[in-house]
Design a protein around this ligand. Structure first.
Ligand SMILES: CC(C)(COP(=O)(O)OP(=O)(O)OC[C@H]1O[C@@H](n2cnc3c(N)ncnc32)[C@H](O)[C@@H]1OP(=O)(O)O)[C@@H](O)C(=O)NCCC(=O)NCCS
Length: 147
């Protein structure tokens, strides 16, 4: 499937970008609208990426931000349920890793939901340690990859 890999730029694009983040990562756990936003989303160092299907539907989103010396962090990775398992997550993650490499960063970290650990492992990430539990029910694992 050919999707457009792009960066949200207009208010309407950002709205669609955050809507998918909310629908996949917050709404199923009864979290309020707005809970999908992070304080550093608007920082100039935060890179947003999304895959857009024909007719303008946002099918996948993810972001990259600085995390420490030589280190990038991927957060808020979400693929719409009917687009999962088609390679979109891989495309988004590899795109963000390439962006991090271009910035001279040598390592990428993330906190993976337990159900997503096999996906990140397939993309070359190793579990470092268990991390937080989100909404009292979703265990996370700190994972790391050398770029
Ligand atoms: C996790 C998620 C981002 C993965 O995106 P995706 O588009 O479904 O994954 P892809 O199709 O790109 O999969 C890439 C590879 O990982 C593998 N993979 C994906 N999910 C897997 C799983 N649960 N178990 C084992 N392998 C898996 C695929 O088989 C594929 O392998 P291949 O390249 O050898 O064929 C997506 O399923 C999602 O949004 N899930 C719900 C929200 C979520 O958990 N986000 C992550 C928060 S940390």
């Amino acid at each position: 499937m050919t999707l457009l890999l792009t960066t949200p730029a207009t208010p309407a694009e950002f709205e669609a970008y955050y809507r998918l983040r909310y629908e996949v990562l917050r709404q199923p756990w009864g979290q309020p609208a707005g809970s999908e936003r992070a304080d550093d989303d608007d920082e100039p160092t935060t890179l947003h990426a999304m895959l857009v299907a024909p007719a303008g539907r946002v099918a996948g989103v993810a972001r990259l931000s600085p995390a420490g010396a030589n280190q990038a962090q991927v957060r808020y990775m979400a693929v719409a349920p009917d687009f999962q398992g088609l390679g979109l997550g891989r495309q988004l993650l590899e795109h963000l890793e390439a962006q991090a490499r271009q910035q001279g960063l040598t390592e990428c970290v993330l906190h993976a939901r337990e159900a997503a650990v096999p996906f990140y492992a397939r993309l070359g990430y190793l579990v470092v340690a268990p991390s937080h539990t989100l909404f009292g029910s979703i265990p996370h694992f700190l994972m790391r990859k050398l770029l």
